[in-house]
Design a binder for this molecule. Sequence first.
Ligand code: FPP
Length: 225
Amino acid sequence: MDGNGRWAEARQIRREEGHEAGAKTVSEVVTRARQCGVEVLTLYAFSTENWSRPLSEVTRLMELLVRFLKTERKTLIDNGIALRVLGHPGRLPRAAQRALDAVCGVTEAGREMTLNLALNYGSKAELLQAMQTVVDRAEPFTEATIDAALFTADQPPVDLLIRTGGDQRLSNFLLWQAAYAELVFVDTLWPDFGAQALDECLAEFAQRERRFGRTGAQLRGENTQ
Ligand code: FPP
């Protein structure tokens, strides 16, 4: 969800107001993704690296998260959306942890879509932890045992990864899970992203030929002997 800060700077308003606008985009995109039949939507809300931002910005982001959870709670329940956290919420302020626990608990039975919020999340740390878990469980290292030890256990791999804000990098996000993801980079700043922009990204995804190592002819079922 990149671009909140630049969106605010362009309007000569505080970065926090950019995050406020970004939270509105979150609501719109969650609703649209659910309408489009997306099974799992993951939003990178706060990385392990984001702690290095000014304390005032971090505090406002956490307050915004709590407000978001309070206002969206009913929508999530009514739409059968299960909230899950990827990352270690233990470092978040108590109020944020309590709000997350409450909404994750009350939406747990949601079957229409899973909304993952990546919070205090970093993919390399997740992978290291997963490997330690595999060792502790005395399991062999296989794709299945590592999958099962990730925050995303029981979830499908990432099909489409969208990055807003013009940068073209993964920034320590779902490195294992996105091994075969289609990547879409858009210049749009996150507060300007919305239902229509999501539709465009899904249309772009639908155009891609996903070969998973095979040839195009094999995919088309042509005789390639
Ligand atoms: C990146 O933009 C955005 C974040 C670090 C925070 C994202 C948070 C929200 C959209 C709102 C709170 C979250 C929820 C789920 C309600 P940036 O600040 O790095 O922008 P820049 O790239 O323009 O500097």
